[in-house]
Write a protein that binds this ligand. Structure first.
Ligand SMILES: [Zn+2]
Length: 364
């Protein structure tokens, strides 16, 4: 197995400032939740565990204007450029959550380039699978609009590259960030070539987004699937969603490439989510998605880093995912999770079962 790690120190220079959310004179400046700590701590743990040395870490370039315009409008690209060149600030029209720093355009282009390079390397057979440890994240960004810490839609840009440049016919996204993957959904809303699946905390972020009845439009009807789960859901609920909904959906669609917008904010310590996943859970989800990828697309799998805001636990969640992707086990023991336990097969609570059944009915 050759697993790629897309990493460039310059992505860590993405400056989200000392402010988050609506403007108010009463908020003492504090690091934005999407700051460098969690990501750099992931890389540091990969380094000290010895894992980085056993991965392939290719250099990559910024996404080109042509790459960006496959998904985003030129008007939006100009807006990003203008704010980047005039000192930075909030890019989002809604909710004021997307900060770009001065000269931040190049960093956002580099993050998108990392996702695209990961897909290229996997499709070229240079890597078996890859993890793009990039920032800013991407899955909330829409064609014309920044949202939720996301500037360019990294995963969607990489997927569109696979469709348009490599001529693939069927790609699938399985987004397990705790928030709805609204950007990827909107970008491929009427596109039957991409099956967009998002499993997320119900009614969390963005507001009024990610309900089970959103299934696509036109030719894209039936190629968008939302699995909103109740707050407090842990491993048994996620694994049930995978086994009863995600796996059968992918088996029917037979993707040629799978992209996972991978957030760790469904982890049990996360301040921006209310879910209960552990490192074992992320490892098990990764094992399941790899099984499907092995079956239908020769293992071709790319993960793009999205959310995850608990800097102490996120490194262990990500290490578990990359150990699983690479088949390499490090000596690291996650002190925040219980010792490795068998998969939790406890029965779902009634409200959890109801949520799974509702999404299950969509694919029947
Ligand atoms: Zn998130």
């Amino acid at each position: 197995m050759t697993t790629g790690l897309m990493w460039d120190e310059r992505c860590m220079w993405h400056n989200t400032g000392l402010h988050f959310g609506p403007s108010s004179p009463w908020v003492e400046p504090i690091l934005h939740p999407e700051n460098v700590d969690g990501k750099r701590r992931i890389k540091n743990l990969l380094d000290v565990s010895g894992l980085t040395d056993q991965l392939s870490c290719p250099k990559f370039n910024k996404a080109t204007e042509e790459d960006i315009l496959r998904v985003h409008s030129s008007k939006y690209l100009s807006e990003v450029l203008k704010l980047s060149e005039t000192g930075g600030g909030n890019l989002a029209k809604r909710l004021a959550t997307t900060h770009i720093g001065e000269y931040g355009l190049d960093i956002a282009l580099l993050a998108a380039g990392g996702a695209i390079a990961a897909v290229k390397a996997v499709l070229d057979g240079k890597l078996d699978n890859a993890y793009a440890l990039i920032r800013p994240p991407g899955h909330h960004a829409e064609a014309d609009e920044a949202l939720g810490f996301c500037i360019f839609a990294n995963a969607a840009l990489a997927g569109m590259y696979a469709l348009e440049v490599y001529g693939l016919n069927r790609i699938a996204f399985v987004d397990w960030d705790v928030h709805h993957g609204n950007g990827t959904e909107a970008i491929f809303w009427d596109d039957p070539r991409a099956y967009t699946i998002s499993i997320h905390q119900d009614k969390c972020f963005p507001p009024n987004s990610g309900s089970v009845d959103q299934i696509g439009i036109g030719d894209g009807v039936g190629t968008n699937l939302n699995i909103p789960l109740p707050p407090g859901s842990g491993e048994p609920v996620y694994l049930a969603a995978f086994d009863r909904i995600i796996r059968p959906t992918l088996e029917q669609f037979k993707p040629q490439l799978i992209i996972v917008p991978c957030g760790f904010d469904a982890g049990f310590h996360d301040p921006l989510g209310r879910m209960m996943l552990t490192s074992h859970s992320f490892r098990r989800l990764t094992a399941r998605i790899m099984e499907v990828a092995d079956k239908f697309c020769d293992g071709k799998l790319v993960l793009t880093h999205e959310g995850g805001y608990s800097p102490h636990t996120v490194p262990f969640h990500c290490l578990a995912v990359i150990e699983q992707l690479s088949g390499i086990t490090s000596e690291v023991v996650d002190p925040y999770s219980p010792p490795v336990t068998p998969e939790l097969n406890e029965p779902l609570q009634d409200h959890q079962e109801a949520a799974i059944t509702m999404a299950e009915n969509v694919i029947k």
